[in-house]
Design a protein around this ligand. Structure first.
Ligand code: ATP
Ligand code: MG
Length: 561
């Protein structure tokens, strides 16, 4: 690749950094950070930001900090802090000894606030919040100055110190930056820097009863950590002038903020507030419900870190918000598991096959390939006997033209085993099919007939006597429509679009015996059925599997029709 082509294939964030490296803007340093607020579990959107920040640092021989932006004590919790750390490690990234908390900077931020007051760049405003909001004006009309805007420095310092000392109730005062109430940029119309909150913080306890706003905290936290490239999502683009104002007015280091597009996916929602609502209202089993787009949920569903990282690379970064098709995520895990997941046989919707010409006490061990994509994975033995389970859908009594699987009088191949022919259909009094009586051709062991005759279908199967029972959970999209925000009637909300059939539980599926001691987290391909993962609920007494994804994109096929 020439250097030029290389530059074209690089996203705009990397191009900016390439340029900075060329001009020596940061003396060759690349220092990024991932700044989550610990108010929920990470979702796959966060993974994009994590991959970008940590990935760039790795590529440029730089560093990445993990910093918790914990300025909002009511919604934050150490439970979230711990889960976020675990999830980032699971994705495969390491912040080494660079773990920080914005709350560690509360002292410094307070000092800077006093500095701004002394320089007549901040003042205590005692208007109620709604009046402050109304006073901001509109994008087309200037705001009005607060009646407290001209308080003296001494008065401001006194009030601010008494706010900190806990002398006032919540809402009595706020500290505001003194910028310009007619500023063309609404966010710079004397924004709030501090508010009074008599609540405990998960890290600083009751040390503080005034808390800095996110906007007053974020840029300075970057500055304190010597961040060079402060990479964030597009919605912060219009906050950038304010971050710049704080850093410039304080005369401190000022990282370059670069905004990129969020990752959104069809058939799901991607905001911690909404995900929390789904958890709290019991629409899902928890943050780690396999239907959730959280890293916990995806992990439990069977997703690998590699598949998630590949998706993040694949969607790339741009300046335009768009919604990525869920199929991309599903293809990413298929690609990974196709290479790595051992193949097994399992029957989810069983019907019994009795081989009438196979002796009751006989048993046969057949060689089955563990992974055709990976020769090193070897083979295993699968037991065969007179009674087998096959998939009920693989038989039709009165098949239409294009149905090539088992039917009365027809011969098919059992994978790794023999040809069998259906001789008789057994029914109960109500006419339901209970068993298929078949004959096996002992000369077709291994799946080929010596006389060269062909069959049109190969079915998976499990020996009934050896089969291991398992509960299998089949998942569909969490929402029934691509865009959960699109509601039919105004009175309805996004939750009315939840898919009522997103979980289907197969209480008793039959698995080949090699799966009897499978452990939580293991992933397999069940031949012809999809990729499956052993659930956290699974035990030796009761195996539980989740379907990670079907083998092909059945949705794309449906659309093409
Ligand atoms: P949410 O809206 O889901 O609550 P957030 O932006 O409030 O997300 P933060 O904890 O503030 O969550 O996010 C940490 C970092 O992850 C931020 O830099 C944010 O821009 C980024 N991020 C959050 N959601 C996405 C997304 N969908 N795609 C890419 N990056 C994201
Ligand atoms: Mg946020």
């Amino acid at each position: 690749m020439t250097e030029n082509e290389n530059a074209e294939s690089r996203d705009f964030v990397r191009q900016i950094i390439d340029e900075d490296q060329k001009t020596g803007k940061w003396d060759g340093r690349v220092h990024t950070r991932f700044p989550p607020e610990p108010n929920g579990y990470l979702h796959i959107g966060h993974a994009k930001s994590i991959c970008l920040n940590f990935g760039i640092a790795e590529e440029f021989d730089g560093r990445t900090n993990l910093r918790f932006d914990d300025t909002n004590p009511e919604k934050e919790d150490t439970e979230y802090v711990e889960s976020i750390k675990e999830d980032i490690r699971w994705l495969g990234f390491d912040w080494q000894d660079r773990l920080f908390f914005a709350s560690d900077y509360f002292g410094q931020l307070y000092e800077w606030a006093e500095q701004l007051i002394r320089n007549d760049k901040a003042y205590v405003c005692s208007l109620p919040l709604d009046e402050i909001r109304a006073g901001r004006g509109t994008p087309s009309s200037a705001g009005t100055n607060s009646p407290h805007r001209d308080r003296t420095v001494d008065e401001n310092l006194d009030l601010f110190r008494r706010m900190k000392a806990g002398e006032f109730p919540e809402g009595a005062h706020v500290l505001r930056a003194k910028i310009d109430m007619a500023h063309p940029h609404m966010l710079l119309r004397d924004p709030i820097m501090y508010r009074i909150r008599h609540v405990e913080h998960h890290r600083t306890g009751s040390e503080w009863c005034i808390y800095p706003t996110y906007d007053y905290t974020h840029g300075q936290s970057d500055a304190l950590e010597g961040i060079t490239h402060s990479i964030c999502t597009l919605e912060f683009e219009n906050h950038r002038p304010l971050y710049d104002w704080y850093c410039e007015t304080l005369g401190i280091h000022h990282p370059q903020q670069i905004e990129f597009n969020r990752l959104n996916l069809t058939y799901t929602v991607m905001s911690k507030r909404r995900l929390l609502e789904l958890v709290n209202e019991g629409h899902v089993g928890g943050w780690d419900d396999p239907r959730m787009p959280t890293l916990r949920g995806l992990r439990r569903r069977g997703y690998t870190p590699a598949a998630i990282r590949n998706l993040c690379t694949h969607v790339g970064v741009t300046k335009h918000n768009a919604v990525a098709d869920m199929v991309l995520l599903e293809n990413s895990i298929r690609e990974d598991l196709n290479r790595t997941a051992p193949r097994r046989m399992a029957v989810l919707n069983p019907i019994k096959v009795v081989l009438t010409n196979y002796p009751e006490d006989q048993e046969d061990l057949l060689d089955a390939v563990n992974n055709p994509e990976d020769e090193g994975a070897g083979t295993r033995s699968v037991p065969f006997s007179r009674e087998l389970w096959i998939e009920r859908d693989d038989f039709m009594e009165d098949p239409p033209k294009k149905f090539f699987r088992l039917a009365p009088g027809r011969e098919v191949r059992l994978r790794y085993a023999y040809f069998i022919r259906c001789e008789e259909v057994i029914k109960d009094e109500d006419g339901n099919i209970t068993e298929l009586h078949c004959t096996v051709d002992p000369d077709t062991r291994g799946g080929n007939a010596p006389d060269g005759r062909k069959v049109k279908a190969t079915l998976h199967w499990v020996s009934a006597r050896h089969a291991v029972p398992a509960e299998v959970r089949l998942y569909d999209h969490l929402f029934a429509v691509e865009d959960p925000d699109e509601v039919e009637e105004e009175s309805k909300d996004w939750k009315s679009n939840l898919n009522p059939d997103s979980l289907h539980v197969v209480e008793t599926a039959w698995l080949e015996p090699s799966l009897s001691d499978s452990q939580s987290g293991e992933r397999y391909q069940f031949e012809r059925l999809g990729y499956f993962c052993v659930d956290a609920d699974s035990s030796n007494d009761q195996l539980v599997f989740n379907r990670t994804v079907t083998l092909r994109d059945s949705w794309a096929r449906a659309r093409r029709k």
